[in-house]
Design a protein around this ligand. Structure first.
Ligand SMILES: Nc1ncnc2c1ncn2[C@@H]1O[C@H](COP(=O)(O)OP(=O)(O)OP(=O)(O)O)[C@@H](O)[C@H]1O
Length: 273
């Protein structure tokens, strides 16, 4: 197994024109760790993943992958180190699943290598990892939303990077496939030492599958720790704006949330101030 690589996000600020989003984010993900990133819609989770994937350049601060400062790496060198599963991507008319997943090899093979159609064991392995090898010849735009989501995960895996960033990997998936994808991520992390950060809206999944939860609110990290430490009624209120209770899974021991109702604006303001 190749050595795992940690991620250090240091003092990162980022804004879109006229809209500050990340306001001094510090986050350290240890090599081989599986971290869940949680927070309300619009708090900056996808933006943080895009900055960590080198797709957006921070206005201040820096991102290190292992010892490498992303600001000093070319796009291609970055794509050999970190893969990002985007929250949504347009369907590509007429492209087969095999062809789409082969696009993940671009950074490793370059444009000339991509022209060679040949069989690539990394592509085959990526298709197998998410159980979609039987769809290699199917048109991507003829797949259901959930099927397409798994194919896009295979494409990210085909990049064969040490660091994997997953933006809502369970979107569109039925419960069976949500658990299947999350277990696949856990397995790949164990087998290959991948360092994984995934945005999850389902706190039950985050509490069960992640070793660590980082919570963002309005572009700042407001909680960071093991699920047992951070998943509390206070976190539900301050980060997810819901009132609820937290218990413990009787068999697995992980925290289980019982969300009750969304907090009214005034209740939320009282929580965070
Ligand atoms: N390309 C863009 N141009 C301008 N503003 C953007 C752009 N992308 C995102 N934003 C804004 O930046 C803020 C953070 O967006 P981001 O996608 O990071 O949030 P998020 O936490 O991932 O939300 P969600 O849970 O809804 O996916 C939002 O207010 C959003 O409207």
């Amino acid at each position: 197994m190749t050595e795992s690589v940690g991620i250090h996000v240091e003092g990162v600020h980022f804004g879109y024109p006229g809209r500050p989003v990340l306001r001094g984010v510090d986050m350290t993900v240890r090599p081989g760790e599986l971290t869940a990133l949680i927070g309300l819609n619009g708090c900056g989770k996808s933006t943080l993943l895009r900055v960590a994937a080198g797709l957006l350049r921070p206005d201040a601060g820096r991102v290190l992958l292992g010892a490498d400062d992303l600001a000093r790496l070319s796009r291609r060198a970055t794509a050999r180190r970190v893969a990002l599963l985007h929250q949504s991507a347009p369907a590509v008319p007429g492209m087969t699943v095999g062809h789409l997943v082969r696009q993940g090899r671009y950074a490793a093979r370059g444009p000339l290598g991509m022209l060679r159609e040949g069989d690539d064991p990394v592509v085959r392995r990526a298709l197998r990892d998410v159980g979609v090898e039987q769809w290699a010849g199917r048109d991507v735009d003829a797949l259901s939303g959930g099927e397409r989501q798994r194919v896009r995960l295979a494409m990210a895996l085909a990049q064969d990077t040490r660091v994997l960033l997953l933006d809502e990997p369970t979107t569109y998936l039925d419960l069976h496939h949500q658990l299947d994808v999350l277990q696949t991520v856990v397995r790949l992390r164990e087998e290959r030492g991948l360092t994984v950060v995934m945005v999850l809206h389902d706190l039950a999944h985050a509490a069960r599958f992640a070793e660590r939860i980082v919570a963002l609110r309005e572009g700042r990290v407001v909680a960071d720790g093991a699920p047992k430490e951070v998943v509390t009624p206070g976190l539900l209120a301050e980060v997810l704006k819901v009132a609820g209770r937290v218990g413990e899974d009787p068999e697995g021991g992980w925290p289980v949330c019982y969300p009750d109702h969304p907090l009214a604006a005034i209740e939320y303001e009282n929580q965070i101030h």
